[in-house]
Design a protein around this ligand. Structure first.
Ligand code: SF4
Length: 521
């Protein structure tokens, strides 16, 4: 069999890679669905966590039906490819680049590749180091391609420990299995809800700083249901699954029974002087798939991660529709908002918003600090969101995916901007810090937590795109003027100085401290 240069049909291979990208971005794998369905069963009906999981289930269902991105942050496309000797990797790389650009053009991926110095978005998900493609040769007679789309919100919650170290709540973590145990528990604690919990973690023990992280990410390619062949690590994985879920962080950090959906641990040798524990955190929108491809025809021979039952979320949702309403009050808000309306809101209220909201992320917040706003923002709502948008042939914009982005990045600016322009509410995910909380109190503002990753659910709430400013900042960073209906979020920081995020962080730290005593020798 000739697998030399030119033997692999690149046109067909490109088509196969396009299919893999679209499927990964729009359909969660079966093992991930089962883990989410199990979490849903564990939460008591009527709680905020149950409400968040129902929204997540609805979102998964909509992404399936619309063949649209599960989350608007389609992440860093990372390919791991094993090829038989002789297959031309340079040509494969080119084909993957073309498939990525096409998927971006078709709205299956958000333009996510930004020049680190100029801030310019390449617009097609290509750029220096993007996408990540790692090749390995092997003796088998097929090509194995695995793809993970890991978003920025959870990527920012990755963490690396250098043992020995002191850990908040857990004390000293030494260079042994128990020290490793402490690091992993701490990694889950420090992520809180900011990586769109409930999450999956991959852990790499050993290596150097870069190979340790590499090993941690490698673990995310394991099936959620597999069993670690290393008996010590199997026990550690089981321990972490049981005990991390005692922290009570819950879905989106709203509190609840499920904080972690999966834990996979790998080990490698290290230098005598270094002992790293690296943790890769992945949100519930755990998009990774794989295919076996023919090295001659370039066709997909088999899809990976397909074993086991497929959860039908449509049925799950029928059951949820009959369940009791979420805890706390439910309040309908018509934007723009008055100070009086906002001051009546309290942590735990569920709000349903109608009217206008305006997207704003990092570039806009930075810009508004020392410039005027292009529109009157008095009483308005800012939505921390970088949507996936498509322009039709008549020049009209359509929202393809529009979930919240991590709000804490705007912490240096948020309070000041709210006061300067009279903004009454901000919507995002993961909560904000003390500076914003103080500004909400002083000015009469509120922070609303939307369900992270529920990009289809929220896109459906957007009834029209009524304008856009700052398009020069790139599609995700532009200010989109959106008219919404029945946009659901939870008040997690109010104008009375209360923050659900602070409360959950405090209580989870207390629970973490209960896990301080050594468990493994
Ligand atoms: S679900 Fe949350 S963390 Fe994951 S990619 Fe989407 S916004 Fe980012």
């Amino acid at each position: 069999m000739d697998k030399g240069e030119g033997a692999l049909r690149m046109e067909k291979f490109q088509e196969s890679m396009y299919q893999l990208i679209v499927e990964t971005s729009t359909k969660l794998p079966k093992d991930v669905r089962r883990a989410i369905a199990k979490a849903k069963l564990r939460e008591n009906a009527g709680t905020r966590a149950a409400m968040a999981l129902t929204t997540i289930a609805e979102n998964i269902q909509m992404a399936d039906e619309n063949v649209s991105p599960i989350c608007q942050d389609t992440g860093m496309p990372t390919f791991k490819i094993k090829v038989p000797v002789g297959v031309n990797q340079l040509k494969m790389k080119e084909a993957i680049h073309r498939a990525i650009a096409q998927a971006t053009k078709d709205g299956k991926l958000r333009p996510n590749s930004v020049d680190s110095l100029t801030g310019e978005n390449s617009g097609n998900n290509l750029g220096d180091g993007v996408p990540v493609i790692k090749f390995e040769q092997w003796e088998k007679d097929y090509i194995d391609v695995r793809l993970i789309l890991k978003g920025g919100g959870c990527e920012n919650k990755n963490i690396q420990y250098s043992l020995p170290c002191e850990l908040e709540g857990l004390g000293r973590a030494g260079r042994d299995l128990d020290g490793i145990r402490k690091c992993i528990l701490h990694a889950v604690y420090q992520a809180q809800g900011q990586g769109c919990s409930a999450g999956f973690i991959g852990v790499g023990i050993g290596g150097d700083r870069s190979s340790g992280y590499e090993l941690a990410k490698e673990q995310l390619f394991r099936s959620v249901d597999d069993v670690n062949p290393n008996e010590e690590l199997r026990k550690l994985e089981d321990y972490i699954m049981e005990n991390a879920n005692k922290l009570g962080i819950g879905t989106m950090g709203f509190g609840g029974e499920t904080t972690l959906l999966g834990c996979k641990i790998g080990v490698m040798h290290r230098l005598p002087a270094s002992f790293f524990v690296s943790v890769a955190y992945n949100c519930w929108a755990f998009r990774r798939l794989g295919v076996k491809v023919s090295p001659e025809t370039g066709e997909i021979q088999e899809w990976l991660y397909q074993e086991g039952e497929n959860v039908d979320f449509a049925k799950e949702l029928e059951k949820a529709a009959q369940s009791v309403p979420a805890e706390g009050r439910e309040i309908v808000l018509e934007a723009p908002l008055t100070e009086e309306q906002v001051r009546q809101l309290k942590v735990g209220d569920v709000v349903r918003i109608n009217g206008m909201m305006y997207t704003g992320r990092d570039a806009i917040h930075k810009h508004l600090m020392d410039h005027d706003a292009p529109i009157d923002l008095n009483g308005q709502i800012i939505y921390h969101c970088g949507p996936v948008m498509l322009k039709d042939e008549n020049g009209n914009w359509h929202v393809k995916a529009a979930g919240p982005t991590t709000s804490i990045r705007e912490e240096p600016y948020q309070g000041e901007i709210m006061k300067k322009f009279g903004i009454r509410a901000v919507i995002g995910k993961g909560g904000m810090g003390a500076k914003t909380l103080a500004a909400l109190k002083e000015h009469g503002g509120v922070y609303l937590n939307a369900i992270g990753g529920a990009a289809q659910y929220y896109a459906d709430c957007i009834k029209s795109v009524e304008g856009v400013d700052f398009l020069e900042f790139g599609i995700p960073e532009a200010m989109w003027h959106l008219r919404v209906e029945n946009f659901t979020a939870v008040v997690t920081m109010d104008s009375h100085g209360n923050s659900l995020h602070e409360d959950v962080e405090k209580s989870s730290l207390e629970k973490l401290a209960q896990l301080k005593e050594p468990v493994f020798k």
